[in-house]
Design a protein around this ligand. Structure first.
Ligand code: NAD
Length: 351
């Protein structure tokens, strides 16, 4: 397959790209603007491989996306490029509206023009796969789980912009017949995760003996999925998913944020014993505005239809992730000390 991957230098996009290029032998063109969250070092193992190409470009540039599709002639587009950090969306939503909504619009228009120009054989095979989040569904109470039929109820600028993009994708299917697939996934973790996000932030702060900021009382619940399990699910959907369908993807691994932080502390204490247990570094900080209480996903549909299963339990996945960060300081050190270090994000402890 020839696959155009947007956002392929980001966290999940790089895992998808590595899977497609290194394990599946696909021909892949990564289109990425290389924002603060994009890093070509995350796909350096793909560089120079037969069938791999990288294009630094903005998905909002419709003419460039049109020309790129006409030239590359993909069998599928996997659209992951987005602004993805909820805290940043609260302090500055403009980039989220631009990339997540207008950028998705540009990708859809470019795909529509490309699809219209294909012959009957090409049209039958082409698919546009939009990668989205479970945060579009809002917040759950103590019971229940999100599924493909859950009504949308986004509550942060990030999730609202992703919800808007999901609606656009479905509208382009209904109105113009664009062959689309949508996936909504729970929280990912794993290697090459930008160090502003909860799990890498906690691993690296704990490693360096710095405070471990936890929002509110730490009781918010997320469902965690290893990024490589997500990438395998996405590859299955793009290859075998039914056009026009939505698939929810989750880890079946609900954990309170405080539990996650304590697990990381204990595993790091075993690997790199410090002067005192790292749980003592935990600091509760003012809660995020509009913080969703609980997310959980019913992923029965993708399990039954496509035979997908999580291969990593949360316990084995988080241990492997800690080991990855310990072994790959070359990747995260420049990000911690570079352009991101000076920024004051909600998750960073207040002075
Ligand atoms: P990320 O922030 O790590 O990566 C985003 C990538 O998109 C970066 O490489 C960035 O340079 C690129 N990008 C941003 N704006 C662009 C633009 N205008 N043009 C071209 N490239 C641009 O994000 P991620 O965590 O890998 O998430 C990828 C996708 O998966 C997003 O759509 C996100 O909503 C979705 N998602 C993420 C999670 C999660 O837990 N991280 C869970 C479910 C769904």
């Amino acid at each position: 397959m020839r696959i155009l991957v947007t956002g392929g230098a980001g966290f999940i996009g790089s895992a998808v790209t590595r899977l497609l290029v290194l394990e599946r032998g696909a021909t892949v063109l990564v289109v990425d603007k290389l924002t603060y969250a994009g890093d070509r070092r995350s796909i350096r193992d793909c560089e120079g491989r037969h069938g791999f190409r990288f294009l630094e470009a903005d998905i909002c540039d419709l003419e460039r996306m049109r020309a790129t599709m006409a030239e590359f002639r993909p069998d599928a587009v996997m659209h992951l490029a987005a602004e993805s950090h909820v805290d940043r969306s609260i302090t500055g939503a403009a980039d989220f509206i631009q990339t997540n909504i207008n950028g998705t619009f540009a990708m859809l228009e470019a795909a529509r023009a490309y699809h219209a120009g294909l012959d009957a054989a090409g049209q039958a095979g082409f698919r546009f796969h939009h990668i989205s989040t479970d945060e579009v569904f809002g917040s759950l109470g103590p019971e229940g789980a999100f599924s493909e039929t859950t009504a949308y109820d986004p509550r942060s600028p990030y999730s609202a912009s992703k919800a808007a993009s999901d609606h656009l994708v479905r509208a382009w299917h209904e109105t113009y017949g664009l062959p689309v697939l949508v996936t909504n996934c729970s929280n990912n973790y794993g290697p090459y995760h930008f160090p502003e996000k909860l799990i890498p932030l906690i691993i690296l702060n704990a490693l360096e003996g710095k405070p471990l900021p936890v929002y509110g009382d730490g009781s918010n619940i997320r469902d965690w999925l290893h990024v490589e399990d997500h990438a395998r699910a996405l590859a299955l959907v793009v290859e075998r998913g039914r056009v026009g369908e939505t698939y929810c993807i989750g880890g079946r691994a609900e954990r309170r944020n405080l539990q996650v932080v304590e697990t990381i502390c204990d595993l790091l204490d075993q690997r790199r014993p410090g002067a005192a247990p790292r749980r003592g570094l935990i600091r509760f900080v003012a809660d995020r505005p509009g913080h969703d209480r609980r997310y959980a996903i019913d992923c029965g549909k993708i399990e039954q239809e496509l035979g997908w299963r999580q291969q990593q339990s949360f316990e084995s996945g988080i241990a492997a992730t800690i080991d990855w960060y310990l072994a790959n300081e070359w990747w995260w050190r420049p990000l911690r000390e570079g352009k991101y270090a000076g920024e004051r994000l909600g998750l960073l402890p207040q002075a």
